[in-house]
Design a protein around this ligand. Structure first.
Ligand SMILES: NC(=O)c1ccc[n+]([C@@H]2O[C@H](COP(=O)([O-])OP(=O)(O)OC[C@H]3O[C@@H](n4cnc5c(N)ncnc54)[C@H](OP(=O)(O)O)[C@@H]3O)[C@@H](O)[C@H]2O)c1
Length: 290
């Protein structure tokens, strides 16, 4: 990264090399809040998501998480409108493997022809020749793992996908997947108040695999005045969201939080959290909350 890129606020979160060759600032951005209600359709305001995405990149965010299923294809369209042609250092991580039936309805489908179709549509809708990081949104229990991962590996061999990741998986599932394809990242629910994926985090750290914690702010429950972190944040002179993100950044060097927001003000607040350095005592106090 250039010196000017290093001076941007998100760079304070430090960097991680995905798959050994894609360097990203560890504090990224998740796009799921940019759609209509229930992650379905368009939001009422179509200007705001474009402004949020542009501001994220201005602040040095260069890992953006999306999925064909967000909208579907609403967030891909916003990313393209806001950021295409893409900066060389921007990593767009997308996902395939979920079908949508309506607001808040999600059914995994891992049949190879569907995964291929959705990868092709992600390429077309994002306007790229190759997807930097393609994550299998869910393993479909009805389809053999080797068929699902085998298809993603075939797409990688064809040059359409640079790296492969997984989402909502156990350690055993990652181990099984790695027999079929190289896995550079996992994306599981993980935040201060939900640490069910701690064993996966330990595994990812030991293996140098990126861990993208979704719901890093517990969908906003860790943010704002009603947050369980409110008192600590006031003492610290920061905000609850910033503390929740600072805890994740300090917890493990492989954690790559992707807080989501539809507001430029919240985005700016969250990215400023990248520069918070917790003392050992502050980290221990946060770590003791669960
Ligand atoms: N792999 C998966 O299965 C999976 C599942 C879920 C999510 N994800 C990914 O993870 C990303 C993050 O999850 P998420 O966006 O659902 O949840 P989140 O990041 O934990 O929280 C987002 C919520 O917090 C609020 N918020 C954000 N910053 C705030 C601030 N500074 N002050 C007050 N409120 C704030 C947002 O509202 P405002 O819009 O009002 O700011 C929004 O309601 C998603 O965008 C998506 O990319 C992946």
């Amino acid at each position: 990264m250039t010196d000017s890129a290093n001076a941007l606020p998100a760079a304070a979160s430090g960097t991680f090399r995905l798959g050994g060759d894609l360097t990203v600032n560890r504090l990224g951005f998740g796009t799921m809040q940019l759609t209509g209600k229930g992650v379905w359709g368009w939001p009422d305001d179509r200007e705001a998501p474009v402004a949020v995405l542009r501001r994220a990149v201005e602040l040095g965010v260069n890992l953006i998480d999306t999925a064909d299923a967000y909208g579907p294809f609403v967030t891909d369209a916003f990313i393209r409108e806001a950021l295409h042609p893409y900066a060389d250092d921007l990593v767009i991580a997308t996902k395939v493997g979920f079908t949508r039936q309506g607001p808040n309805e999600w059914i995994p489908v891992g049949r190879p022809e569907y995964l291929r179709q959705q990868t092709e549509l992600n390429l077309r809708n994002l306007g790229v020749d190759r997807i930097d990081l393609l994550q299998l949104h869910r393993i479909d229990p009805k389809v053999p793992l080797e068929d699902q991962l085998g298809e993603l590996k075939a797409l990688q061999d064809e040059g359409k996908v640079r790296h492969i990741g997984l989402s909502e998986v156990s350690v055993d599932e990652v181990k099984a997947a790695r027999e079929i394809a190289e896995i550079v990242s996992v994306q599981n629910l993980f935040n201060l108040t939900n640490r069910k994926s701690s064993a996966l985090l330990e595994y990812a750290e030991a293996e140098g695999i990126g861990f993208i914690p979704w719901f890093p702010l517990a969908t906003g429950k860790l943010s704002g005045e009603g947050s369980p972190l409110a008192e600590l944040a006031a003492r610290h002179g920061s905000t609850p969201s910033q503390l929740a993100l600072a805890w994740l950044l300090r917890k493990s060097p492989v954690l790559l939080p992707i807080p989501g927001t539809s507001s430029v003000a919240h985005l700016e607040e969250n990215v400023a959290g990248a520069s918070i350095e917790l003392t050992d005592e502050e980290f221990a106090e946060l770590d003791a909350l669960s």
